[in-house]
Design a protein around this ligand. Structure first.
Ligand code: S3P
Length: 440
């Protein structure tokens, strides 16, 4: 987290218009570096997200001896894989910045190495729970630990022989699922993970694209250790999580439409579309096609009168990163929106239930927080000063709420927007918002 950045979001006219190419998918960009590094041969990645989180993953693998070129101006990356057994010990602790996906997935990879390693991050990452990955990795035989309170650094002794496990995930988490599967590559025998709810399946899809046999049976995923990955070309679709800010902006606008090009439509990621369409959002999906292993489409989002709903529990893991923006949609809807079974939101880059509730109350929105969710009563939005708690998605959600606000919204601690969406402000202003960046 470098420096502090404030967004001054002035009330816009309420009209939107434009055509937006959202940046590459963060989850897929991380995995392209990890799997490309572990593969035999050269992998070409198109549409890589040049955000701080994915660059942290890239730097970590460079520090382990992988030759990676890019991203160039067109976001192309070239990775010269070192093979499943080719990583080298980094010379110092890996600084993984703000990135939960990097530290959790890489814990699985590092647990299988012959060398010792340690990973830590910024103040926000260093407060996040790591026992969810440490516990299953210990069951597999890894010598791995975190602080007594379960926070980073994650320290791996290295040289342990791993064995496959049959693991029932205690929470719906693609990071934990992926961590265990990645450790499974280095383990003897079969590793099976069963998830309580379906979560994003980019690890499963990408391992298969790299020629690795992965068996998927409903919410159960298995693989055999000891295989190799073969380099391949990866096309990264636009990130539906980044697109969500423009989906909500388009829906809550008074008039107009926004076209979003090349948005990832993986069925395990489209919970946000299910939710906002149920709220009455008018979104056309056109030009459906495949970008490599992932389905994509263009979205035309029309200004809509939204209605409050009870959010279906099955959509929670499928929209897990989109709730801050969905809460803004709820604040602009008629009636009450209720979310439950979403306690995982409390351990994201911030406690997203509390951070959003505090900000909504500042803007004059009536909401009630419960341990695993929130009720939001739609109404009028005023202005005020919001603390984003260094959480990129809280910052961007309140930035788009300015489309419907009657006064200026000042959003503090916005520097981490660069982790997932480096040109967010420029794109938002391009469709009709009025956001200024004010460095500290
Ligand atoms: C991710 C999984 C999710 C998500 C995160 C990215 C991934 O985390 O919130 O932004 O790439 O696997 P959890 O596994 O903690 O739900």
């Amino acid at each position: 987290m470098s420096g502090s950045l404030t967004f001054i979001a002035n009330p816009a006219e309420g009209n939107v218009n434009g055509d937006v190419n959202v940046p590459g998918d963060k989850s897929i960009s991380h995995r392209s570096i990890m799997f490309g590094s572990l593969a035999d041969g050269r992998s070409y990645v198109k549409g890589f997200l040049p955000g701080d989180d994915c660059l942290a993953t890239m730097n970590a693998f460079k520090a382990m001896g992988v030759n990676i070129q890019g991203p160039d101006a067109d976001n192309n990356v070239i990775i010269d894989g070192v093979g499943i057994d080719g990583l080298q010990q980094p010379s110092e602790q890996i600084d993984i910045g703000n990135s939960g996906t990097s530290i959790r997935l890489m814990s699985g990879i590092l647990a299988g190495q012959s060398f010792a390693s340690s990973m830590a991050g910024d103040v926000s990452l260093n407060k996040r729970p790591m026992m969810r990955v440490v516990n299953p990795l210990k069951l597999m035989g890894a010598d791995i630990s975190a602080n007594d309170d379960g926070t980073p650094p994650v320290v791996v002794k290295g040289g342990s022989k791993l064995s496959g496990i049959d693991y029932q995930l205690p929470m719906a988490s693609a990071q934990v699922k992926s961590c265990v599967l990645l450790a499974g590559l280095f383990a003897e025998g079969t590793t099976t993970v069963t998830e309580p709810g379906i979560t994003r399946d980019h690890t499963e899809r990408m391992l298969q694209a790299f020629g690795y046999d992965v068996q998927v049976d409903g919410n159960k995923v298995s693989l055999q250790g000891g295989g190799r990955l073969t380099a391949c070309d990866i096309t990264v679709p636009g990130d539906i999580s980044s697109a969500t800010f423009f989906i909500v902006a388009g829906l809550i606008a008074k008039q107009g439409a926004i076209t979003l090009r090349n948005v990832g439509m993986n069925p395990t990621r489209i919970g946000v579309l299910n939710i906002v369409q149920q709220m009455g959002g008018n979104i056309e999906l056109v030009n459906k096609r495949f970008a490599g292993a992932e389905p994509v489409a263009d979205l035309i989002v029309h200004a809509s009168q939204l209605q409050g709903i009870d959010i279906d529990e099955k959509d929670v893991p499928l929209a897990i990163d989109e709730f801050p923006a969905i809460f803004i949609a709820a604040a602009c809807a008629k009636g009450t929106t209720r979310l439950r079974n979403a306690e995982e939101l409390r351990v994201k880059e911030s406690d997203r239930i509390q951070a959003m509730a505090d900000g909504l109350v500042t803007l004059g929105v009536d909401c009630t927080v419960v341990p695993d969710g929130i009720d939001i009563v739609g109404g009028k939005l005023g202005g005020g000063t919001i603390n984003s708690h260094h959480d990129h998605r809280i910052a961007m959600s309140f930035a788009i709420s300015s489309l419907r606000a009657s006064d200026t919204i000042t959003i503090l601690e916005c520097e981490n927007v660069a982790t997932s969406f480096p040109n967010f402000v420029e794109m938002a202003n391009g469709v009709g918002l009025n956001i200024k960046k004010q460095p500290a």
